[in-house]
Design a protein around this ligand. Structure first.
Ligand code: LER
Ligand code: MN
Length: 243
């Protein structure tokens, strides 16, 4: 989800209901929204945007909203994160707490790799952020693509955060078909069983599609791999692992 207002939320909810599918939402912040920005008007707009995201997710029937919701993807001012930025992130997520309670929504903050953010790259940083926010509905999304870049070991990182893992993006090291790269999914599933993970594993990958010429898939994916392949071959691979 980019702009919540652009989504046909009622139509989506009906489609999920009629097909018996559950829905989780991953949001990416659109231009002009940046919760860690020093300008108070940007902060205010960002809180309003996050509230809209929670409301739109609820209208779609979701109980989980996740993503790199602290800063826009690609925002990198070329320095380390400051304490003020950290405080702003803590404060904005704390202020969102009431809305999460109202809609019984889990918020799952996703660290992403260094080419996409300077603010939150590892699960340990995400754990520190969650500890500072201290809200029972707020936890962490691990994305195996990002974790493969930023963690020493993806499976150990997942084991370390244990119950704070609320959502999982299953993604190959090149965002391609699951099982064709070097992410050690069997080790990851072993650790998920160990921590008794009860959440979803969502396949996140990029396939080539002419219909979406500006999408990451069209720009980066193997041209022989479609978005449908990402989902269906990925699912076959997960079944082959007994999942
Ligand atoms: C979102 O889940 C994600 O992984 C980001 O890399 C998207 O840009
Ligand atoms: Mn992801």
């Amino acid at each position: 989800m980019f702009h919540p207002r652009d989504l046909p939320v009622v139509h989506l909810r009906k489609s999920f209901e009629s097909s018996g599918l559950e829905c989780t939402v991953c949001a990416i912040l659109p231009p002009g929204i940046n919760p860690i920005h020093a300008d108070q008007s940007v902060q205010k707009r960002s809180l309003a945007h996050l509230i809209e995201c929670v409301e739109a997710a609820a209208e779609m029937g979701a109980r989980l909203l996740g993503g790199p919701l602290y800063a826009p993807i690609g925002y990198n001012p070329g320095r380390r994160r400051t304490e003020d930025e950290w405080k702003r992130a803590v404060e904005i997520f704390q202020r969102l707490g009431e809305k999460l309670d109202e809609h019984r929504m889990t918020l799952s903050i996703e660290p992403v790799n260094r080419s996409e953010t300077f603010f939150l790259k590892t699960v340990d940083e995400a754990q520190q952020l969650c500890a500072a926010i201290h809200h029972p509905r707020i936890g962490i999304t691990v994305d195996t693509f990002h974790a493969n870049i930023e963690e020493k070991c993806v499976a150990s990182a997942i084991e370390r955060i244990g119950p704070q893992l609320r959502h999982l993006h299953l993604s190959e090291n090149d965002r391609g078909l699951l099982g064709t790269g070097h992410i050690r999914f069997p080790d990851i599933f072993e650790v998920l069983r160990k921590i008794e993970y009860k959440g979803y594993g969502v396949i996140e990958g990029f396939g080539f599609s002419l219909d979406e010429p500006d999408s990451p898939g069209a720009l980066l994916a193997d041209q022989n791999v479609s978005p449908e392949d990402i989902a269906l071959c990925g699912l076959n691979y997960l079944h082959s692992l007994g999942q």
